[in-house]
Design a binder for this molecule. Structure first.
Ligand SMILES: [Zn+2]
Length: 144
């Protein structure tokens, strides 16, 4: 289960509308709860380094990710997952999304943006023990 504040949930959806028709991407920060839930306490926008095919690919600059992670740690937050948008495509993960997902135990949130308007937002948890058996599993989103 992935818990959002309404403001953070709205922020990642708005981000996808702003970058339309290109994909947006960013990082979800917060804490892992004892019961297995994740509670998001902030989000960080990231630049999409994929300029060749920014409408269906996203990539966060590793240096930017290191900076986001360091600043989050200073605030007592962990990286809980990543978000991106699917302009004019369903809010389901693609084979590329799975191939490029490497953070086991983290959430991958996808928002479909149709004609510039955010529609559905879904979350998928990357489960498995390593790269060979990883998979993305539907995860419930709760807005608190
Ligand atoms: Zn995707």
């Amino acid at each position: 289960m992935l818990k959002f504040k309404k403001s953070d949930y709205d922020a990642i959806r708005r981000h996808g509308e702003e970058t339309y028709p290109h994909e947006c991407c960013g990082v979800l920060l917060g804490r892992f709860e004892d019961d297995g839930a994740r509670t998001i306490t902030s989000t960080a926008r990231a630049g999409n380094t994929r300029t060749d095919s920014a409408h269906n690919r996203y990539n966060i600059d590793p240096r930017e990710l290191v900076r986001i992670q360091r600043e989050a740690r200073d605030r007592g937050e962990d990286i809980l997952g990543f978000y991106h948008s699917h302009p004019d495509h369903p809010a389901r993960w693609s084979s590329t999304d799975l191939a490029e997902a490497h953070w086991l135990g983290c959430s991958y949130v996808i928002t479909s943006v149709e004609k510039g308007k955010a529609v559905l937002t879904n979350s998928f948890e990357l489960t498995g023990t390593d790269e060979s058996d990883k998979r993305l599993v539907d995860e419930q989103i709760v807005i608190a």
